[in-house]
Design a protein around this ligand. Structure first.
Ligand code: TRP
Ligand code: SF4
Length: 398
């Protein structure tokens, strides 16, 4: 099967340059490399914002406009809305049956976020289930790759565990072990014993030769029928049918852009620049950025490595500008406002094509809705296919 990528974002506010450099840029690159599914994780937003739905309502389509502005192309990738695909909730429920509570309690973001978002009561059932809902999002598309930031790695890990457990519990026909024993009993005792030995040699010591020999034997052993052979093959290899696919996080080699104050860029810290922020506000914010505290007066030398503006130069400036900054800062040859100008220019230049792309979607909101609608139809048919396999495996296809 062709490898797919899938990722989502929570619609909790206007996207900022941190999202662009940390994730979106990567999504844009991926869309031409493999089939990509990107969705608005509105249910996930509700796990933390269940008391302020307005925030989410306002931001769903705004976020899609930010995506399109950044260069996601609905001809190349599939864009959709989580809450329009109830199969995500169905898979979440079914996965929940066999997921130990401890798995969820131990996910590091669970306690971290409860600490960080003290103003919200996150001792809810929904919030505990956050990573399992995310697992359902991923597994329902059999996605191999999940482009996300470092902070999401533990969720992808839990997704792999959920897939493994599901395949282990349901990837085999009912009474598999007994049927294997019946097949083995058809063979002469010493042959059955040899098969058992080869199985151990392969599964415990990785002895591929032993496996090969055993497979050759069962391929021709007289008393076995085709079903026996298939069962014994799975038994020797230690595999069941793979129903759900274990995904991998695809971490952005972060050209990571911190916030205006050097901390992580986040709207709630008030240190962010929105993707479609207006020009005057960008100029104002960058001019007010803190700099190396050693540069009190224009004549005081400074050190770029202690200045958040430098982090922006690393993203936005070429080598010669960076050299100009380093020298000018260290020997007080330039002032901080002067130093910030190329950063302002860089942000505006990066933003220009995004504003142009956003324009038509702002004036024609129906276009955005149509894009999401079509993407949702496409995604849903994939999700439904997976759910057919899942229901059958779990004995729910009466
Ligand atoms: N938890 C992700 C975040 O906060 C959003 C998300 C929800 C997601 N479901 C997903 C990301 C599935 C990747 C895959 O960024
Ligand atoms: Fe920062 Fe530039 Fe000022 Fe140095 S000159 S402290 S790098 S803003």
């Amino acid at each position: 099967m062709e490898e797919r990528a899938l990722s989502g974002m929570r619609p909790t506010g206007a996207l900022h340059l941190g999202h662009y450099h940390g994730a979106l840029k990567n999504w844009v690159r991926l869309q031409s490399q493999m089939p990509c599914f990107f969705f608005v994780a509105d249910w996930h937003a509700l796990t933390t914002h269940y008391e302020d739905r307005e925030v989410i309502e306002q931001n769903v389509y705004e976020m899609v406009i930010d995506w399109l502005a950044a260069g996601l192309d609905p001809e190349q990738c599939t864009l959709f809305l989580q809450s329009r695909i109830p199969e995500h909730a169905e898979l979440f429920t079914l996965l929940a049956m066999g997921t130990p509570l401890g798995w969820l309690e131990r996910v590091p973001t669970y306690k971290d976020q409860q600490e960080k978002l003290k103003d919200k009561d996150l001792s809810t059932y929904g919030f505990l289930g956050y990573p399992l809902l995310q697992a359902a999002d991923i597994l329902i598309y059999k996605a191999k790759w999940v482009p996300v930031g470092e902070d999401q790695a533990s969720h992808v890990e839990l997704t792999r565990e959920a897939a493994r457990r599901f395949n282990h519990l349901y990837g085999r026909e009912p009474h598999f072990e007994e049927k294997v024993q019946v097949a083995l009993a058809k063979l002469p005792k010493d042959s059955a014993k040899r098969l058992e030995k080869s199985r151990k040699a392969y599964q415990e010591a990785g002895d591929a030769k032993a496996l090969e020999g055993a497979l050759q034997f069962i391929a021709t052993a007289e008393p076995l029928d085709a079903h026996d052979r298939e069962r014994l093959t799975a038994y020797l290899k230690g595999t069941g049918k793979q129903i759900l696919v274990e995904p991998q996080a695809l971490l952005t080699e972060a050209s990571r852009l911190p916030g205006l104050d050097g901390a992580k860029m986040s709207k709630s810290y008030g240190n962010a620049i929105a993707i479609r922020e207006d020009r005057a506000s960008i100029e104002h914010k960058v001019r007010r950025m803190p700099t190396d505290p050693a540069r009190v007066k224009r004549s005081d030398p400074g050190d770029p490595s202690r200045c958040p503006v430098w982090q922006f130069h690393l993203v936005y400036s070429d080598a010669s500008t960076r050299e100009w900054v380093e020298k000018g800062c260290q020997n007080a040859g330039i002032g901080c406002l002067e130093c910030k100008q190329p950063v302002i220019d860089g942000i505006l230049k990066e933003q220009q094509p995004m504003l142009e792309r956003a324009e038509q979607f702002i004036t024609k909101p129906k276009m955005v809705r149509d894009i999401v609608h079509n993407g949702t139809l496409k995604a849903r048919s994939v999700a439904q296919e997976t759910m057919n396999d899942v229901r059958e495996a779990m004995g729910l296809s009466y």
